[in-house]
Design a protein around this ligand. Structure first.
Ligand code: IPM
Ligand code: MN
Length: 372
């Protein structure tokens, strides 16, 4: 049996608490002979800053480069609000994305029937929702140069961020979207602002060309990103795969996440290019939610997005689709029994903590394994 090199980076805030539950699932997979892992662990974000005065150490970066997959918790918190900009906790995550060339960020938004009531939208609008946002992750305004604040000397300062996209960056993310759509409901919606931005003009043109050349069988539509945001809350079930740039993808994926009832539910995958020789691709899996400093250490955080991220690693990095299905079924099973962490409980409903939810998911996995 192949041994998968897995690097755990729990990070800050609720990161370590939810990671502890994912570790239990890793142990369960090993115990049941489903997968074998060589596991490493290291610091990232504020916790790395405390230890090394930077948001990720070179040792941790070396481990990341050597790993088959990285499981990432969350970074940041008010404690580090005042640290220098280039060593702020978020810089550790951005460096991992950039240095590992993780250009494709897959953010599914799935509404479990048991949770349709927790959504801020009416049940009929979100029940059965299953869409995928493909966010470009290594380009655009996040990384474009110049990125500066200059003192103009007259009591004014000028801040500049730069939005840049080259053809190849748009081509490769468009391909990820079209390939994925073929395995789903065969529809891609591309979002940009070509009415205002040159990057939007090029984005639209290149997505059209890739479609025309390679993916004519997939239905393609374009929406301006602002209108797309409106459509996401008006009629989200019209979407299958949405492909968009780094900044629009950051915003639209938070909106999409809330449609499903809670930010605590959603996993994500950040993938690099597949190596032609080894057929492997670099990958980092993380919950969409942040470090939630307000509830950190209380044992109340929802571990589902973290465990779901491990499920995505099984599917996209280790070729263990069946294990991924089991993890998803176990999550749905625990929810189906009415178990709720605070973030997804209706007002007045009984809630359970992080470790109880983790244990309930393991119990569901035991049930599934016994029936298999
Ligand atoms: C996300 C986060 C990050 C981003 C932050 C933590 C840098 O909001 O993954 O969506 O803006 O990409
Ligand atoms: Mn975000």
């Amino acid at each position: 049996m192949a041994i998968h090199k897995l690097l755990l980076l729990p990070g800050d805030g609720i990161g370590p608490e939810v990671m502890a539950q994912a570790k239990n699932v890793v142990a369960w997979l090993e115990r049941n002979g489903i997968a074998k892992f060589a596991i490493e662990e290291d610091l990232v974000g504020g916790s790395a800053y405390e230890a090394h005065s930077k948001s990720i150490s070179e040792t941790a970066m070396d481990k990341a480069l050597a790993a088959d997959a990285i499981l990432f918790g969350a970074v940041g918190g008010p404690k580090w609000d005042k640290v220098p900009y280039d060593v702020r906790p978020e810089a550790g995550l951005l460096r991992l994305r950039k240095d590992l060339a993780l250009f494709a960020n897959l953010r599914p938004a799935i509404c479990y029937p048991a949770l349709a009531e927790s959504s801020s939208l009416k049940r009929e609008l979100v029940d059965g929702l299953d869409l995928m946002i493909i966010r470009e992750l290594t380009g655009g305004v996040y990384f474009g140069e110049p990125k500066t604040i200059t003192d103009l000397g007259n009591g004014q300062k000028r801040a500049v961020d730069t939005q840049v996209y080259d053809t190849y960056e748009i081509e490769r993310i468009a391909r990820v979207a079209f390939e994925l759509a073929r395995k789903r409901r065969n529809k891609v919606t591309s979002m940009e602002k070509r009415n205002v931005m040159k990057t939007g003009v090029l984005w639209h043109e290149v997505v059209e060309q890739v479609h025309e050349r390679e993916y004519k069988d997939v239905q393609l539509e374009h929406q301006l990103a602002d209108a797309g945001g409106m459509q996401l809350v008006r009629n989200p079930k019209q979407f299958d795969v949405i492909v968009t740039d780094n900044l629009f993808g950051d915003m639209l994926s938070d909106v999409a996440a809330m449609l499903t009832g809670s930010l605590g539910m959603l996993p994500s995958a950040s993938l690099g290019e597949t190596d032609a020789k080894t057929k492997k691709r670099r990958a980092l899996y993380e919950p969409v939610h942040g470090s939630a400093p307000d509830i950190a250490g209380k044992g109340t955080a929802n571990p589902i997005a973290m465990i779901g991220s491990l499920g995505m690693a099984m599917r996209y990095s280790f070729g263990l689709g069946q294990a991924a299905d089991m993890i998803e079924q176990a999550i749905a099973g625990a929810l189906g029994k009415g178990l709720r962490t605070a973030d997804i409980a209706g007002t007045g409903a009984k809630t359970i903590g992080t470790s109880e939810m983790g244990e309930a998911i393991i119990a569901e996995l035991d049930g599934l394994a016994a029936r298999a």
